[in-house]
Design a protein around this ligand. Structure first.
Ligand code: SF4
Ligand code: SF4
Length: 357
């Protein structure tokens, strides 16, 4: 690593970037009604425009409340929250399975039976393993796995989740045409890059679920969060925003976000926000993955985004698995030359190491 960055400097950068480390909840506008729904591409599932992400869920009552309030698409994985998320989901599925579409992040060649047992169900609606390499969308073993699971009635639809290298993976999936659903990182920082691909996906009937939708928004600035999330939903090719929730307050507020249109005042607020932060946001394009030391730069930039918006626990968990490669950075800046936005990657890696190690 190059020069180390003090915690004070890091926090200053956070402030400049516009993020507040202190937590906050979404606050919705007044006068909004029922949560809207959209049809998830060729699956024909009519899903609510805000769906429940279980990345850090531990309290089953929070999920239960979201379902009772009308949220009908929920998502978890055996690895989330050290296994506590899927257990919480399983608890709720004992009584509410028929009220929701259930999406699972797991490999089609993994232990789906084990996950189904914990979930107290016979099937999931959508299987979404992680894919960050374009060739993986055509992986024959996985296609066989999906087909076998469909035949056995354990999954209904096929899909994948993609965090990095998003345009290349989407391009490959659109061309291949096999998957029914894509769960992609989509936010105010990368939407311009992804909107043309989403339009092409729509032409093929591919359902789009958007995750990491909070990227580029400020936890301490609820009005901008509401404006940002609503603005993502102005793209009708985006069928649902998958938002991680852990508290009753977050559920309440996200329900309201999904029930109202973007107002003129909100659009103007977002425009002012973007004028400040747009140049600093990572688009998740993956072009910086050229490190001679093999550092997973795009993944680390994702950790940085988590930290910037105040999700330090998530950032730390993700960072821990990558830290060994991060510390070997010698500051050569090859990655920065490859980044179309010219982001100060080496400095950000240094900041991450300082804050999270
Ligand atoms: S390419 Fe980037 S991450 Fe890799 S050593 Fe050089 S500066 Fe560090
Ligand atoms: S740091 Fe730059 S090159 Fe890397 S994913 Fe972000 S925008 Fe793309």
């Amino acid at each position: 690593m190059g020069r180390s960055v003090s915690r004070r400097e890091f926090l200053r950068d956070v402030a400049l970037y516009g993020a507040a480390i202190a937590g906050g909840y979404l606050v919705a506008s007044e006068g909004e009604g029922k949560l809207a729904t959209r049809v998830l591409g060729r699956t024909k599932l009519k899903v609510t425009v805000v769906s429940f992400g279980g990345l850090r869920l531990e309290n089953p009552d929070v999920l239960s409340m979201a379902i009772d309030k009308g949220m009908n698409l929920i998502h978890t994985s055996p690895g989330y929250a050290g296994g506590r998320s899927i257990k919480a989901f399983g608890e709720v599925m004992k009584t509410k399975r028929s009220k929701v579409y259930l999406a699972l992040k797991d490999s089609p060649t993994g232990n789906i039976d084990g996950a189904l047992k914990i979930l107290n169900t016979d099937y999931v609606d959508i299987l979404l393993p992680q894919i960050d390499i374009p060739d993986q969308v055509r992986n024959e073993r996985w296609i066989e796995g999906y087909e076998r699971l469909k035949k056995e009635g354990k999954i209904r639809f096929t899909g994948f989740a993609c965090h990095t290298n998003i345009p290349a993976v989407m391009e490959a999936a659109i061309e291949f045409g096999y998957h029914d659903v894509m769960l992609i990182s989509y936010n105010i920082g990368n939407r311009k890059m992804l909107d043309p691909l989403i339009e092409r996906a729509a032409e093929k009937g591919i359902g789009i679920m958007a995750m990491k939708a909070m990227g580029g928004l400020r936890r301490g600035d609820p009005e901008t969060i509401v404006a940002g999330l609503k603005s993502l939903l102005t793209n009708k090719g985006v069928h649902t925003l998958l938002i991680g929730m852990t508290t009753f307050e977050e559920v309440e507020c996200n329900l309201k976000v999904g029930a109202g249109e973007l107002t003129k005042a909100e659009a103007e607020l977002l425009e002012r926000h973007m004028a400040v932060v747009a140049a600093t946001l990572c688009a998740g394009c993956g072009k910086c993955n050229v490190c001679p030391k093999g550092i997973s730069i795009a993944d680390l930039m994702r950790c940085y985004e988590y930290a910037m918006r105040g999700d330090l626990d998530v950032a730390k968990e993700a960072y821990t698995s990558l830290r060994a490669s991060c510390v070997s950075c010698d500051g050569c800046k090859k990655c920065e030359l490859a980044c179309p936005k010219g982001l100060p990657i080496a400095r950000r890696l240094n900041q991450l190491h300082t804050l999270l190690s």
